[in-house]
Structures are given as structure tokens and as C-alpha cells.
Write a protein that binds this ligand. Structure first.
Ligand SMILES: *Cc1c(COP(=O)(O)O)cnc(C)c1O
Length: 230
């Protein structure tokens, strides 16, 4: 099942890239493995997957213990400051930085270990009350502030688009995030690169790719529906 799903997702990614005149290599698929047990991740690994996204620190660390160190992990969920220390050295990228205080904590803990942590700033483009992330208006100021911290590096932006029946409804959201990243890049802020746009999930990753996503986060489309009892 995972194998067939992955083949389908890969086919869709290629088709979206083709429609947008983009190279397939510009888009990184993050396999969102939250709530799925280790054997399911192993199954995905057998199909060539080595990049996983998780939204809970504890769950991710438990899985890491049982899996090879060669895997690449992404923290995509809302992160509490008191959990930051456990993540250091364990994740390639933290997608969900939504406040200066969180970035400050990450920089402090990364500094203790002599590393620089790559991060994305999470933008609540649609300004949904139920979602974390800062508004597009607040973004430039926050990016400027975070950029001054010594042990984090902003690689780009992330958004979680609204849940919609028709993915076309999110095209404007993705377009707005892309535009924001271009605006920020033009400001040439030290210690900030805007190479990563993390946007698009199972429901809307093809539209996100058409609008410039460089990372898509796909869970259900690969593993099937999550059972939250796991
Ligand atoms: C769960 C989750 C995803 C994956 O969602 P699917 O609809 O299952 O593809 C992507 N991004 C974030 C932040 C998530 O929490």
C-alpha cells in the first residue's frame, strides 16, 4: 500500500513540476510519519524514503532510537520552548518557528552544542485563529530580529494552509507565501536565506508545487488515514 501510494505521489509531483516548468529536483518530499509506528516507517524506507517529518518531540525521539542514524528528520509541529533542548542535533530543519522567544531558545541550546540550527519561520498566511504562525505583516520584523541570533539560520518560510475541499482555494495562500519570501529575499538580510518554501500537504501539494513549494509535507497520501489511537 505504501509503495503504491508513494508511486502515486511521485507521479503527481512530477506532473506538477512539469506543469510549472520546474525541475523535479527542486522539490523535496517530506514523508510525514506522525502517529505511524516504526514498522510503517521501515516500509517507507524500503521504498527509498529517508526524510521524515514529525510533529511531536517525544514521538520523534522514540522512533529515532529504533531507526538508522542516516535518516533526515524534520520537526513540523508546534514546538514548546522547554522541548527545544531535546531536539538539538536531532533535526535537519525546524519548520515551525513562530516567535522570537522560541528562536532565542533554539539559538541558546544550539550554541551550547556548538551547532547552528536551520529553521523556517511559520506564517499563518490565511490568518486562521486556530493556527500557529505569525501574520505576513509581522514577518519582516520577526525575520530581522531572529537573524541577529548567533546559532540559528533562517532558511525560508513555512505555512499550513487551511483545510479546504478544493485545493485550488489555497492557490492564493501559496502565492502569498512565495511573494513574501521574494520580498524578504530582496531585503538582503544578513544570516537569512530564502531557499526553502515549505508548503503543501496531501490535499494540496500539487497546487503548492505549481506555486513554488520547495518542500511538501505529505502524510495521509503516503501512509493512508491516521488513526489517532496509536
Ligand atoms: C500532519 C501534518 C502534515 C501532513 O498532513 P497530511 O494531510 O496527512 O498530508 C503536514 N504538515 C504538518 C505541519 C502536519 O502537522
Amino acid at each position: 500500500m505504501i509503495k503504491e501510494n508513494l508511486a502515486e505521489v511521485e507521479k503527481n509531483i512530477c506532473a506538477a513540476c512539469e506543469r510549472a516548468g520546474r525541475d523535479r529536483n527542486e522539490v523535496t518530499l517530506i514523508t510525514v510519519s506522525k502517529t505511524n509506528p516504526v514498522p510503517r516507517l521501515k516500509e517507507a524506507m524500503d521504498c527509498g524514503i529517508h526524510i521524515f517529518g514529525e510533529n511531536k518531540v517525544q514521538e520523534m525521539l522514540e522512533k529515532q532510537e529504533e531507526l538508522p542514524e542516516t535518516l533526515e528528520w524534520h520537526m513540523i509541529g508546534h514546538l514548546q520552548r522547554n522541548k527545544v533542548k531535546y531536539l538539538m542535533g536531532k533535526v535537519a530543519l525546524i519548520h515551525s518557528v513562530d516567535s522570537f522567544r522560541l528562536a532565542q531558545e533554539i539559538s541558546k541550546e544550539a550554541g551550547k552544542r556548538g551547532i547552528t540550527q536551520d529553521i523556517l519561520v511559520e506564517i499563518n498566511v490565511a490568518e486562521e485563529e486556530s493556527k500557529f504562525g505569525i501574520t505576513a505583516k509581522e514577518a519582516v520584523d520577526l525575520v530581522r530580529e531572529i537573524a541577529k541570533l548567533p546559532n540559528v539560520h533562517i532558511q525560508g518560510l513555512m505555512t499550513i494552509a487551511p483545510f479546504v475541499a478544493n485545493p485550488e482555494e489555497n492557490r492564493e495562500v501559496f502565492r502569498a507565501l512565495k511573494k513574501l519570501s521574494v520580498d524578504i529575499r530582496r531585503k538582503n538580510i544578513d544570516n537569512v536565506t530564502m531557499n526553502v518554501l515549505s508548503m503543501g500537504m496531501t490535499n494540496d501539494y500539487e497546487v503548492a508545487i505549481e506555486e513554488g513549494a520547495t518542500m511538501i509535507r505529505v502524510g495521509t497520501g503516503i501512509f493512508g488515514k491516521r488513526s489517532y489511537t496509536v
